[in-house]
Design a protein around this ligand. Structure first.
Ligand SMILES: [Zn+2]
Length: 406
């Protein structure tokens, strides 16, 4: 995956390089120094370098392109590609020096300056020099205010520093310049940033401001699950369980696959308003809507064993297990239930038959963008920093177990 990303970055750099090369060519023609350029681009080193690049032999590509670059200090695209390759290879110092040298060239036009600054910003970011990266990306937006790469990088840097207001301002600019097809995704990201602002208000002990931020998040995208969860939590702490229930129940309709995140919360809230039976009918409704919903069965089973109906709990839990034999949480409640049934041989045997081929997966959540794995559901990926990209992986073997036990 890292290799693919590196190759992709390289190809993007190549395309940027070629675009800049075109602009540079015109400039060079005006200056009448056309032959120098051709010398570098027609050199076998340049052609060989590109060929190595396409076949992803980066070290050999660097070797050849460095020789081509040495032939012509003004062949901007070759230097740019080379600099980006150094960065990809982790040679940040070399990349920085190369890009800084390019910036010294007084013949650089504004577009080229923006590209070089952008590359420099990426170098600093890779090297962990946050302040300098900020500065370089900001320089890009001074030259080219709508530069999406620079804006996106600035947003991510602000997010990493938890500067959510700044991140929101930049995301709004990105939303303004995006075309209509990207709008829903932009709105969704803005909603997650609003949710973070709400959490900061919670930590500052300002519930009204928190409610306003969570409300804005849901106005932007009513499927922002953490904003609904957090809004309900603020209502609960404020002694308004009915408001909390109303907010959480909306999750069940909008994003039923995340309904389980509300279970503990709703169970407590229903009890508080004197309607504990509503929890059971909620789980039953979810199971009727989606017969494979193992979490609603687990919640119902836990509810049953708590109420002393271990026999009914076991039926529900074993059914839950059929749909996801790998979930440790289900096994744990089953152990408690078997204990309540005093380990009678017949229920123990049912459980044993169902689980003998089970493999446990402790990190079933996977980022759909970069394949980062996590034991728990995350709203922002710690590796690629994308929002709301985690899905739960269901190992194929689950199906086999169902068949074997049917
Ligand atoms: Zn990721």
């Amino acid at each position: 995956m890292t290799d693919t990303l590196a190759l992709l970055a390289t190809l993007v750099a190549l395309l940027i390089g070629l675009a800049v090369g075109k602009a540079w060519e015109r400039y060079k023609l005006r200056e009448g120094r056309w032959f120098d350029r051709r010398r570098a681009r027609e050199s076998p080193h340049y052609i060989l370098g590109l060929q190595f690049l396409v076949s992803n032999q980066v070290d050999l590509a660097i070797e050849e392109l460095a020789q081509a670059a040495a032939l012509d200090s003004a062949a901007l695209e070759i230097h740019l590609i080379l600099g980006n390759l150094y960065r990809d290879r982790g040679q940040v110092g070399k990349a920085v020096r190369l890009h800084q040298n390019l910036l010294q060239d007084p013949r650089l036009g504004r577009t080229e300056q923006a590209y070089v600054q952008l590359s420099l910003g990426l170098d600093y970011k890779q090297g962990g020099f946050v302040d300098r990266a900020f500065q370089a990306f900001s320089e890009v937006t001074k030259i080219d205010p709508d530069n999406k790469y620079a804006l996106l990088n600035l947003q991510k840097l602000h997010e990493e520093q938890q500067q959510w207001r700044e991140a929101r301002a930049i995301r709004r600019r990105l939303t303004d310049i995006a075309d209509e097809t990207g709008k829903p995704r932009d709105q969704a990201i803005l909603a997650f940033i609003e949710n973070e602002l709400g959490l900061q208000a919670v930590r500052r002990g300002e519930p009204q401001e928190a409610i306003a931020h969570f409300g804005s998040a849901l106005d932007l995208d009513d499927g922002t699950v953490p904003a609904s969860l957090n809004l309900g939590d603020v209502h609960m702490r404020g002694g308004r369980p009915r408001e909390a229930i109303a907010v959480w129940e909306q999750i069940l309709d909008k994003t039923p696959e995340r309904a389980y995140l509300t279970f503990d919360r709703l169970q407590a809230a229903y009890a508080q308003v004197g309607a504990p039976a509503r929890f059971r009918s909620l789980c039953e409704r979810l199971i009727a809507d989606n017969p494979r919903d193992w979490r609603a069965r687990l919640a119902l089973g836990r509810h049953a064993v708590d109420e002393g109906d271990a026999a009914r709990a076991l039926d529900l839990l074993l059914e839950s297990l059929r749909h996801n034999p790998h979930a440790l949480a289900v096994h744990q409640v089953i152990w408690r239930t078997l204990e309540a049934l005093e380990f009678r041989p017949s229920p123990v045997r049912r459980y044993f038959e169902l689980t003998r081929r089970v493999v446990f997966y402790l990190d079933p959540h996977v980022c759909t963008r970069c394949r980062y794995r996590s034991t728990e559901l995350l709203w922002q990926c710690p590796q690629c920093h994308e929002w709301n990209t985690f899905v739960e992986e269901r190992p194929a073997q689950a199906e086999n177990v169902v068949e074997a036990s049917a």
